[in-house]
Design a protein around this ligand. Structure first.
Ligand code: DGY
Length: 332
């Protein structure tokens, strides 16, 4: 039986070459539909490589049984996959951690600087011919030096942002219930805080938590109301970590000064009113969007898929227990 892999969107090099050397590869294409994915899974697929916008739930997994053995996501975040359902069905799930840390931290820093210094608002003023000359009180923003950056979720990306922010002279606090180890270079410069305290005291807050039921709407109306009215909120994690409808009111009514967003609760849509908030810097999910990072993600995704085809646990498997009763035999 020829091994078969389905990618919902084309993956960058080197994935196509790596995958097609080991399997027949079907790429659904520009606007992958759930119906098409289901139809292919019913025909028989060993490995599915979905994108972060493709919902992989129990019903979709069932259409792939009994052949589907692995779901290899082209992303570090895998909240779009029902992992417990995959585990129950003996399907491993893998992601692409590590390789997008710096690109995403760069993006978070960019949103932080752009929001604090109102750069997109200024860009709009220039394009509209609204700049009538330098004035001492024109478009004043927040100075980063000595401002307190609160990082929520202190894993790889949160720590990479901390290093960048330290170079800007910021003070750093973090909140993370999992109490991650803090590397020696950062330890003397960062303070751990309870989330409630961080929300109330930070001048800027940047979110770096995975989306799950414990983090959905972590920043809700109550949290937004507790933030300083001068504060900036940055999100490069997942949109639903913020209650986006409440955020629009916070931006419109001045509960906070601004936001830098790369992700949205119902991506690619935005909450009504958000596009009209001049104090929001809005990026279209660009966190990992560099040529080098996307290629590195493609390689990890392909290596995960190839391992699964060989009957080996993918190097970045998030549910190894799915194969605790034994890995399936190699398929070629
Ligand atoms: C991820 O990998 O989870 C990112 O959101 C992609 O940019």
């Amino acid at each position: 039986m020829t091994a078969r892999i389905v990618c919902t969107l084309p993956l960058p090099d080197p994935a196509p070459g790596l995958l097609s050397a080991a399997a027949e590869v079907e790429v659904i294409g520009a606007s992958p539909s759930r119906e098409r994915t289901e139809a292919l899974l019913r025909e028989g697929v060993d490995v599915l490589c979905p994108q972060l916008g493709d919902r992989v739930d129990a019903a979709l997994l069932d259409t792939g049984l009994p052949r589907l053995r692995a779901v290899c996501v082209y992303a570090v975040g895998y909240n779009n996959v029902d992992v417990p359902a995959a585990t129950e069905r003996g399907i491993v799930v893998a992601n692409t951690p590590g390789v997008l840390t710096d690109a995403t931290a760069d993006c978070a820093l960019g949103l932080l600087v752009a929001s604090a210094r109102r750069l997109c608002e200024g860009d709009a003023v220039m394009r509209a011919g609204g700049f009538t000359g330098w004035r001492p009180d024109f478009m004043l923003g927040l100075e980063l030096r000595d401002s307190l950056l609160g990082i929520v979720g202190f894993g790889r990306i949160g720590q990479a942002l901390a290093r960048r922010a330290l170079a800007c002279g910021m003070r750093i606090a973090y909140a993370d219930e999992s109490q991650p180890p803090v590397p020696a270079d950062l330890a003397p410069h960062v303070a751990r805080m309870q989330l409630e305290t961080l929300i109330a005291e930070a001048d800027c807050i940047s979110l770096h938590v995975p989306l799950d039921e414990s983090t959905r709407h972590l920043i809700d109306e109550a949290a937004l109301r507790r933030m300083k009215p001068t504060a900036i909120l940055v999100n490069t994690s997942r949109g639903a970590v913020i209650d986006e409808v409440a955020l629009v009111r916070a931006l419109q009514q001045g509960w906070i000064a601004g936001a830098g967003l790369d992700v949205y609760e119902n991506e690619p849509a935005m909450a009504p009113g958000l596009a009209g908030c001049r104090n929001a810097v809005l990026a279209p999910h660009l966190g990992s969007a560099t040529v080098r990072t996307r290629a590195a993600m493609a390689e990890l995704c392909a290596r995960n898929a190839l391992a699964a085809l060989a009957g080996e646990l993918p190097p970045h498997c998030v549910n190894p227990q799915a194969w605790s009763a034994g890995a399936p035999p190699p398929v070629r």
